[in-house]
Write a protein that binds this ligand. Structure first.
Ligand SMILES: [Zn+2]
Length: 231
């Protein structure tokens, strides 16, 4: 494995919030959540990984495209984000039977920028595979912190109990345009393939969101006070 370190900001007195950002719905939603409280003195650090050939070229291109769009949009809203990209090459295996290679990519990237008081946020939701190897993931993170003598660095998963529909609702509430994120594992041309598990999950969540919004409107209409009939 080879990794090129990029310049990253110095630790702030009270630490940084580092959001691990792939450009997908979940991590963009998480980044947007914290970017809302960012300031010039306290920017949110977004960490991305360009892992080739682990991630296909069309997907990497699409990720870069939506990340650029999101950053431009966020800047117009007055958010302060410092984006850092790590380039990683090589093969990865992680967890039982090497079924969750993504966390090892993030750990490799994090090891390059992690600082004493960093609060690392990851946007995994309850249906993600990562929970099957979470104890190993935390063990590696803790071992790394111990090695560096970091006593205060933290790893957090704020969306641990969220479903995809909750993420879509948050994105909608935050007015994040759909063109600012992309979730599909097998795109060949920068468009959703419509066949992978991410596309399936997204389609189901979109349908559910629509249904819930309709139900909410009906409830709101029911709540309106009824006009008194004229006698
Ligand atoms: Zn897909």
């Amino acid at each position: 494995m080879m990794m090129r370190d990029r310049e990253y900001p110095k630790t702030h007195d009270w630490g940084r919030t580092v959001v691990v950002w792939s450009g997908g719905a979940d991590s963009t939603c998480l980044l947007n959540h914290y970017a809302g409280v960012s300031s010039e003195d306290w920017p949110i650090v977004a960490l991305s990984v360009v892992a080739y050939p682990h991630i296909s070229r069309p997907l990497l291109q699409k990720q870069a495209e939506v990340q650029k769009r999101y950053l431009e949009w966020a800047k117009r809203r007055g958010y302060h984000i410092k984006h850092h990209t790590m380039r990683v090459t090589g093969s990865f295996g992680y967890g039982r039977e090497g079924n969750a290679p993504q966390p090892s990519l993030w750990l490799a990237a994090l090891s390059q920028i992690l600082d004493e008081r960093d609060r690392v946020m990851m946007g995994y939701i309850r249906t993600d595979d990562v929970w099957h190897c979470m104890s190993e993931f935390r063990d590696v993170f803790d071992a790394f912190c111990k090695l560096k003598e970091f006593k205060h660095a933290k790893l957090e998963f704020p969306f641990e109990w969220e479903h995809k529909v909750d993420i879509l609702r948050r994105l909608k509430k935050g007015k994040v345009p759909d063109r600012c994120w992309f979730s599909c594992d097998h795109t060949k041309d920068g468009k959703p393939c419509g066949q992978c598990s991410k596309c399936d999950e997204l389609a189901a969540a979109r349908a559910l969101l629509k249904k819930q919004d309709v139900a909410r409107k009906v409830i709101m209409l029911d709540d309106k006070p009824k006009k008194k009939r004229k006698r």
